[in-house]
Design a protein around this ligand. Sequence first.
Ligand SMILES: N[C@@H](CCC(=O)N[C@@H](CS)C(=O)NCC(=O)O)C(=O)O
Length: 190
Amino acid sequence: MKLIGSTTSPYVRRIRILLDEERYDFVNLNIYGEGRDELRKTNPTLKIPVLEDDGQEIYDSRVIARYVSAKQGRDPLTWDQQNQLTLIDGANDSAVTLLLSEKSGIDTKQDVMFFNLQRERIMTTLRTLAAMVDDGQFEDWNYPAICLYCLVDWLEFRDLVDWAGVESLLAFRDSRQQKPWVAETDPRLS
Ligand SMILES: N[C@@H](CCC(=O)N[C@@H](CS)C(=O)NCC(=O)O)C(=O)O
């Protein structure tokens, strides 16, 4: 099994944590630099992660997680858990958009529709996720909890949001730092 990704991507990190003790090779690509040619050969959507196993290529962390979970004999996600993933991915995708815009030299704080929509989505989803944390819905260390951890830790690492009103997400992150593979996959190590 081979996982193609990067050490900073929150979508890749969730799969590295899920893979746990599985034996696999990790290919760490700089997708915006010298690793781009390799990425072009690997995934036409030009996104990471990609999993390769027994000649089967799988794109997208959500589909990779289904594949790995089935292999590990885990129960499929419930509809409510699928909704949790959609919330997490909604915030994550908008935050990636903000980061790429900032890296392109664009002021993402400006009062224009596109950035207002991204910031609004990030805060509405984070507030909903914080309420779910307060309600005890992320107590188990399952795949949605792993994804939430990777999102919150990455948002803090990239300094992309104001945590006022959603502090319980940071408390959730702080209390899960000892979970398996969390320290080893910290994006700050790269
Ligand atoms: N829906 C995808 C999103 C993956 C994604 O956006 N990955 C980022 C890295 S954090 C990426 O490859 N971005 C490249 C780009 O947007 O050009 C998944 O869950 O795998």
